[in-house]
Design a protein around this ligand. Sequence first.
Ligand code: HSE
Length: 313
Amino acid sequence: MDSATAFAPASVSNVASGFDIMGFALDGPGDTVTVRLTRTPGFTITKITGTTAALPFEPDLNTAGAPVIALFRHAGTSFGAEIEIRKGLPLGSGIGSSAASAIAAAFAANAALGAGLTGEELLPFAIEGEKIASGAVHVDNLSPSLLGGFVLVRGYGPIDLVKIPPPDDLWCTIVRPHIEIRTKESRQALPKQVPLKDVVTQTGNAAGLIAGLLTSDYALIGRSLHDVIAEPARGPMIPGFQAMKEAAMRAGALGCSISGSGPSVFALSRGKKTAEGASDAMSAALDAIGCAHSRSVSLISPVGARLCSGETA
Ligand code: HSE
């Protein structure tokens, strides 16, 4: 194969109580990347479509370019590559846009080269792309975008991923205020130290969330969707955040918090109808303050990145 195209879905990371250690894939849009082998060495980004924001065409500064370069170097090939990127996700939106590009790029590069790496073996290459966007190594968007479903990052040294199948009737509402928040800046707002009582609260909720997901105990999932570490610091950066959260809870959502580093806000609900009600209520809260936004309701995607046959980005 001298060319391959791959798609990787959007994702919600942190999931309230799982800061940097939990994420899930969304059943909806994502990013698509084509990698085409060239006989001459070197890397070129030939096309970026689907985004209004300027993205760098220098491959080593681009979240899709860096994973391709890293993987080709690892493979020791003399080939170069042309890279095409179709952004289905807005930048700086908190639904794993940079992660989706990095994963799709690593996936496509692996297939184009016939390198034969497994999904989890591709993660270190995708991290090279995510680092450009966030300035830190965290894989809570990359992992669900790669593997699908819920993913727990049990540890970072070495990375230890645990895939958790989502309960059947768990729906996700996403409301995205039309502002951009860069992960790098949003991470700077985080506390450098956390009081022991907050660690106890967060750990209990993270464990409760996992137990709730594994046993399809929706009430336990709801009780566990609380974030005492990132949300207090980041909530004020998102217009109408508290109002959206209260509106979602009144509409019957199990829980509501910031998607990744924001500005998107997610709510989890049992059943599509409740998720749509939460979406209407959250949207009304933003309308009340005149904040333009987009919204969607979807299931959790059980599958992550995949090859797209006969397609290019
Ligand atoms: N866990 C990361 C953060 C995700 O909250 O900074 C960034 O999307």
